[in-house]
Design a protein around this ligand. Structure first.
Ligand code: ZN
Length: 233
């Protein structure tokens, strides 16, 4: 188990830089530097090297913008990792936003992330924990968000997929109607965690070496792909 520390600094990006500096220091000097909070190292019984401690970032949420985007008090925007909620022109957008507001708006949250806290477009992406629990997972379990796994965002894949299976089994929210596969196949792009109808213009943009084909839409969602908002498979 990685140990956890808390920090009270306000800006998430400063914290990330601070954290990286700390990890670098550990790697090069082999010493533990406690800058903020307390870091605890434990050697495994089998003599394995210690796992670097994980730092958990705190922040206060100014407001929720969608089911998967929030603005922090520091004015930084943060996207939830591993999921996507309905976009503005998709069903349940308002309901999912309302639920996200009730979970995080005006509240103090804790954030964890994958290896990189930012995606290719420099957006901060994190797993968010609030009073009610793991927010990303709660939204998926209530049928208010899809699991959307990409190669860099798989840390909570098992938990999120289990939550999605539960939502679908109980026909919650976006799973109210049983998904019916009307297409012979569903091309998916694991890089972006999306799947499409074969006729979607986005399919042509998928590099052949990345293209994965699912037989049914259910298999695509079970693989952690979210439906493309354009072709809505
Ligand atoms: Zn599409």
């Amino acid at each position: 188990m990685p140990s956890i520390t808390q920090s009270k600094t306000n800006r998430f990006s400063d914290l990330i830089a601070d954290h990286r500096g700390l990890i670098g220091g550990i790697a090069t000097a082999g010493v533990v530097l406690a800058i903020v909070g307390v870091y605890v190292f434990s050697w495994g019984a089998d003599g394995e090297p210690p796992t670097p401690p994980e730092k958990v970032f705190n922040a206060k949420v100014k407001r929720a913008i969608s089911a998967h985007t929030i603005k922090l008090k520091s004015d930084e925007r943060l996207n939830y990792a591993g999921i996507r909620g309905p976009y503005k022109d998709e069903p349940l957008f308002e309901e999912a936003l309302r639920r996200n507001k009730s979970l995080v708006e005006g509240r103090r949250i804790r954030m964890r992330y994958d290896k990189e806290p930012k995606d290719g477009k420099d957006r901060v992406r994190a797993y968010v924990f609030a009073d009610e629990g793991f927010v990303n997972e709660i939204l998926v379990r209530e049928g208010l968000a899809y699991v959307r796994l990409t190669p860099g965002e798989r840390r909570f894949a098992t938990e999120l997929l289990a939550a999605q299976a539960e939502a679908r089994r109980n026909r919650r929210g976006i799973w109210k109607q049983k998904p019916v596969s009307t297409e012979p196949r569903y091309p998916a792009d694991p890089k972006y965690g999306n799947f499409h109808r074969p006729s979607c213009e986005e399919v042509a943009k998928i590099k052949p070496e990345r293209l994965v084909t699912h037989k049914t839409s259910r298999r695509a969602t079970d693989a952690g792909c979210a439906p493309c908002p354009k072709c809505r498979p």
